[in-house]
Design a protein around this ligand. Structure first.
Ligand SMILES: [Zn+2]
Length: 257
């Protein structure tokens, strides 16, 4: 940790930084990293910013395994760096899609985006997710789709992307990848994990021939039960805490420096 920076920092900012750095390391542990590309972003709480829209993002040029609490960048909604002392650049183009969602989707405190192989494979299929497995059944009407328009760096795509997303917490970017937004980082994480598993199973079962479809009423019930479970057990916090402990066992405590 930058010993000069930390004492001046609001404890809620430091807490957000440690949680986000842990998320980057967990993504790497799960094989969800994309070299130096892609982002997980969080909005800093009003207790830190006084209501200003400020965000944390990975430093452009570092692998997810190199992200730490102190090298995360603080930026505004335009992607301008607010950490004068941080030597790393921002990837402002990469923040475009995150900025649109943070700024316009209610409760989008955290936004995550991946290009995992099975996620992208499903995103490339006409039918998208298939309602035929334990995980997709937990996502009934929670996954939006958005058509591919090229690399998502142009602000003019934002209104169409937001219209595609609506109020859904998950989105399959066709031909591109997966996206999750949530009012907490752990909630976005467990939702994205469920979508990732649904994509993994979709790819695996596609090779085996026709799958058994799950009737819509069963999917509706399964999703309602899954959401209820999630709320009763801390909306992903318990899962995220366990994954943080596992990551720290394997990778050491460097993420929180
Ligand atoms: Zn992408």
């Amino acid at each position: 940790m930058n010993a000069v920076l930390k004492p001046q920092m609001h404890p809620d900012e430091w807490k957000a930084r440690v949680e986000l750095a842990a998320a980057y390391r967990i993504f790497d542990m799960l094989g969800w990293a994309e070299m130096i590309y892609n982002h997980i972003t969080v909005r800093l709480p009003d207790s830190v910013t006084g209501g200003a829209k400020q965000f944390l993002i990975n430093p452009f040029g570092l692998h997810y395994s190199e992200v730490t609490a102190s090298n995360l960048l603080k930026i505004d909604i335009e992607g301008n760096k607010l950490d004068a002392g941080n030597p790393w650049p921002v990837n402002p183009a990469g923040f475009t899609i995150h900025a649109a969602i943070h700024d316009n989707v209610e409760g989008a405190h955290c936004v995550m985006h991946t290009h995992t192989t099975s996620g992208l494979a499903v995103a490339c299929t006409e039918g998208g997710l298939a309602q035929n497995n334990f995980y997709s059944a937990q996502l009934h009407d929670l996954v939006a789709y958005h058509d591919f328009e090229g690399i998502t760096i142009h602000a003019d795509e934002a209104p169409r992307l937001l219209a595609s997303m609506g109020k859904r917490p998950l989105m399959i970017l066709r031909n591109h990848g997966l996206l999750a937004a949530g009012h907490t980082l752990p909630l976005a994480f467990v939702n994205l994990w469920t979508l990732q598993r649904a994509c993994d199973i979709r790819v695996a079962q596609a090779a085996l021939g026709r799958a058994i479809p799950i009737p819509t009423p069963v999917a509706i019930k399964t999703t309602a039960d899954a959401l209820q479970f999630d709320q009763r057990f801390g909306a992903g916090q318990d899962v995220f805490d366990a994954m943080t402990r596992l990551m720290e066992q394997r990778c050491g405590p460097g993420y929180k420096t």
